[in-house]
Design a protein. Structure first.
Length: 242
């Protein structure tokens, strides 16, 4: 049988869920290809448009000259921070020049209301993205108990299943928040003149992680019923004496 035991299916499913939620938790600005939303925004003073991607701990801006700026990773972030970008196309020997750009939420959404959206409001909304980190931590704890369940099966399987339930609940809340926030933002950006936005894979990774955690208990039951009954060919020694 080796390292495979009744707890193995449940352990593997929670481990994969933890890995997926880990990718979401540390996506942009750490892993730029994984994001919640990507949108095109105008570059101040030009007809060009830059690309902004949103993640759990921040955002990244990529400008037409291939310069990329990423915010400092933090729980709760806001747009409108001053970005200083070095002009890499100046002639050799000339003084280095800098361009100040500002990623403002009102500009991004083409806000024409009589009042502007404060950057602090955006920051408090993005605080809710910490749910991804909480779900990742709980999923990791659940996978740890699933691994230890190979030694002491019943009590630790119960612990792993219970924690998976909590992790699944948090992941579900995070997914609902992602859909509401970023779908509404995408809809608003698409309505702006020349605006375009697309949803990222981070939202769907959160959904898959939630489903895996939600059904992890079923995988523990499957392992208990199938692997235990077929593993090692355990037989009652009394039956072989006839």
């Amino acid at each position: 049988m080796g390292c495979i035991g009744p707890a193995t299916p449940g352990f593997l499913i929670t481990l994969i869920a933890a890995a997926l939620l880990g990718l979401v938790s540390f996506c942009v600005p750490y892993f730029e290809p994984i994001f919640f939303l990507k949108a095109a925004i105008p570059v101040v003073g030009t007809d060009l448009r830059g690309i902004i991607t949103f993640g759990t701990l921040g955002y990244c801006l990529k400008f037409p000259n291939e310069t990329t700026f990423c915010s400092e990773p933090q729980v709760g972030y806001k747009l409108g921070e001053l970005i200083v970008i070095e002009n890499r196309h100046q002639p050799v020997g000339e003084q280095v020049t800098y361009t100040n750009e500002r990623a403002d939420v009102n500009q991004l959404l083409d806000n024409n209301l009589p009042f502007e959206i404060p950057g602090e409001v955006v920051k408090w909304i993005t605080y809710v993205l910490v749910l991804h980190l909480v779900a990742f931590a709980l999923a990791t704890l659940s996978a740890s108990f699933g691994l230890l369940a190979h030694i002491q099966e019943i009590p630790l399987v119960c612990c792993s299943t219970l924690i998976s339930g909590f992790a699944a609940t948090v992941a579900m809340l995070a997914f609902i928040f992602d859909i509401v926030l970023f779908a509404l933002t995408k809809k608003r950006i698409d309505k702006t003149p020349g605006g375009r936005a697309e949803m990222g894979i981070a939202i769907w990774l959160t959904l898959v992680g939630f489903l895996m955690l939600f059904f992890s208990g079923c995988f523990y039951v499957f392992g208990r019923c199938c692997i235990s009954s077929s593993g090692g060919g355990r037989r009652d020694p009394e039956k072989g004496r006839h």
